[in-house]
Each structure stands twice: as C-alpha cells, then as structure tokens.
Ligand binder design. Structure first.
Ligand code: F6P
Length: 366
C-alpha cells in the first residue's frame, strides 16, 4: 500500500530543453487534482541548498506555459550537490559533497517526493539522493536524445526542427555562391540531431561521433558533386564528431563539477575542406538556437504525457524510476537502468541506412 502523499516538489536540472514548462504544468495540475501541494525548487538541486527561493506552484503559476521554452524554475549545470563547486581558501575551485544538506532540507520541508527533470547528470544525482532517503521519480530531458530507457526525450524534436530549418536556409545561400557550408549541431557523444536533420534536409555529408570520419571521403563526395555540376555542398557535423584516430574539438579546460565544453569542429572541417578541394567553405554553429524557444507539438505532447505519468508513479508509490516512452505506453524504468548508458546512434539503424541509400556520405568508406 503506497504511503499517502501530501506535498511533492519539482526541479529542472542541467541544460534546458524545450518542453520543460509543459512537464511542470502537467505535474502541477495532476498533483493539485489529487489534493497534493507542489513546491517549485529553483535552479535544479541548488534550490535545496538555499531554500529561500522555493515557491508553492498553484494553478495560476503554471497558466499558459505549455508552449514556452526555457523553464520557469530556472536551471544550472553547475549544481551537483555531491560535487558542489566551491572556492577554496587559496582561491582555487574545488568540489565538496553537500548532499546531506539537500536531504536534510528536503525532510525539513516535509516533502514526500521529488519529481526531478533532467538529463543523465541530473538523473544520476536523483538516483544517489534516492539512496540517501529522498523518494524520486525522474523525467528524462535532453535535446541530445542520448538517454537509455526511453525511445525519445522531449526537446529533441524541436532541436531537429530548428537544425533542419537552418540547413534548408543555408542550402539556398550555398547554391547561390557555389560554397560549402559546414553546420555544427549539438548532441555531445550522440549524433541523433545531426543524423535526423541531415537526412531530412538532404545534406551531402553527415559526420557523427559514432563514425570517426576521414576528411578525404567527405572531399571526394564534394568533388563528385562538382563534376555533376552541383557546385555547392552542405555538411552537418555533430559537435562531438572526430576524425579517425583524432580527438573531439573542445573549448577550454574542463571546469570543476562540469562536463568539458565541446565546439569548434565545424571550423576545423570547413578549413580542411577548403584546403583540400579549393572550394570556398564556411562554418556555421547553431549552438543554443537548438535549445531555445517554443517546443514543437510533438515535444509538448510528450512533455505533458511524461509529467502526468510521473505524478501517477508517485501516487502508486513507485520511486527510483524514470518515466520513459515505449510506444504507445509511458512506462516506469528503474533509474539505475537508464543512467550512465549514453544511447548512441546504432550504425545499422534505419535512418543511417536511409541516408546511405540516398547517397549521403557519413565520412567513411563502407
Ligand atoms: O546536453 C545538451 C547540450 O545542449 C549539449 O548538446 C551541449 O554540448 C551542451 O548541452 C551545452 O551546454 P552548455 O552551453 O550549458 O555548456
């Protein structure tokens, strides 16, 4: 028999993704309907260290937010309480474990369950906090679509739509100038955004982390097109793509308590293409345009379904789980099975096969 619930809390951690507000709305309305109170925790887990900004979420607080990007609760990817970035007396940055404070404040506030929205990092923290006595239900969020335990995460469809539209726009200017455009998209260690936008926008080459590329193969594709009178080309490259035997492009050193920043691969690839083919090449980095703004209809609906399902799981007393889409159902997946397993693009997946049938170069010579 599940323990009675009176008060739940919700937070959003890690990088934002379109659809977070839709989840918040679904959670709040589903919980209020059951007579529960809902507390909104500011900036991921940070709001459980400094509790002064915790707010009760009423029906009014979540009115008209389903279609809005960002998160009304704010977020951070520096707020891991197990490795909290702190300035040491000598001025250097170190990390300290403040997880006991988080659990202590959670109990002091008489919260019965936390619904934690986040990617792999935030959900791993949720799992560890659960082990320390905080009942949690996770909701998977990332534009990168790289989480195990769900066939898709909300935010991904929006990011792919933004990238596809950008590629469509660059198509005409590339053609007008007989240029090569290399477009860098997000995705870290998974090439889903590059793959889906690249195939949808009919790019000539798609470079993803899962297939280390040979720049020679990309240039051959560009020159084959040249011979056919197609004097322009579009290449989409995932930020985590790397040449065979080479390294990913990173920006600056890794900061304490954070993942290393990726970026710069499009510049590198464009410069190499220009040098090898002699064709004028330009790099475009889509960056955070892929994360901002309104969620697509698909992402809104998925986010609303995830939020409502998370509350059902709390009501059923199912904790240490994450909601996941296993079409047509939304199921509870043990957090331990979902975290720490980056879901990369399988090399034999249908979308790659489709791209190959269409003559798209993946930077290899299959
Ligand atoms: O994980 C989502 C993501 O958008 C990645 O694709 C990207 O590498 C990262 O976040 C960038 O985040 P930030 O700008 O916060 O460093």
């Amino acid at each position: 028999m599940a323990r009675p619930i009176r008060r739940i809390a919700i937070n959003t951690g890690g990088g934002d993704a379109p659809g977070l507000n839709a989840v918040i709305r679904a959670v709040v309305l589903s919980a209020l309907r059951r007579g529960w109170q809902v507390l909104g925790i500011h900036r991921g887990y940070e709001g459980l260290l400094d509790t002064s900004k915790i707010i009760p979420l009423s029906r009014e607080a979540v009115r008209g937010i389903t279609h809005l990007g960002g998160t009304i609760l704010g977020t951070t990817n520096r707020g891991n309480p197990f490795e909290y970035p702190t300035r040491a007396p000598d001025g250097s940055m170190i990390t300290v474990d403040r997880s006991d404070e988080v659990v202590g404040n959670f109990k002091k506030l008489a919260i019965d369950a936390l619904i934690a929205l986040g990617g792999d990092g935030s959900l791993s923290i949720a799992h560890r906090l659960h082990e320390k006595g905080m009942p949690v239900v996770g909701v998977p969020k990332t534009i990168d679509n790289d989480l195990s335990g769900t066939v898709i995460t909300f935010g991904f469809d929006t990011a792919v739509s933004v990238a596809t539209e950008a590629l469509d726009r660059l198509h005409s200017t590339a053609e007008a100038h007989d240029r090569v455009f290399v477009v860098e998209v997000m995705g870290r260690y998974a090439g889903w955004i590059a793959l889906n936008s690249g195939v949808s926008a009919s790019t000539d080459a798609i470079l993803i982390p899962e297939i280390p590329y040979d720049i020679g193969a990309v240039c051959e594709k560009i020159m084959e097109r040249e011979v056919e009178g197609r004097r322009f080309s579009l290449v989409v490259v995932a930020e985590g793509a790397k040449p065979a035997g080479g390294e990913m492009a990173t920006r600056g050193p890794k900061e304490a308590g954070r993942e290393v920043r990726l970026g710069g691969i499009a510049e590198r690839v464009a410069a190499e293409i220009q040098e090898i083919t002699g064709k004028e090449s330009r790099a475009v980095v889509l960056g955070h345009l892929q994360r901002g703004g309104r969620p697509t209809t698909f992402d809104r609906l998925l986010a609303l379904r995830f939020g409502a399902a998370a509350v059902r799981m709390v009501a059923e007393g199912r904790f240490d789980v994450m909601v996941g889409l296993d079409p047509p159902a939304v199921l509870a997946v043990p957090l331990a099975d979902a975290i720490g397993r980056t879901r990369t693009v399988p090399l034999d997946c249908d979308t790659i096969l489709t791209g190959r049938e269409l003559g798209i170069c993946f930077g290899d010579r299959p």
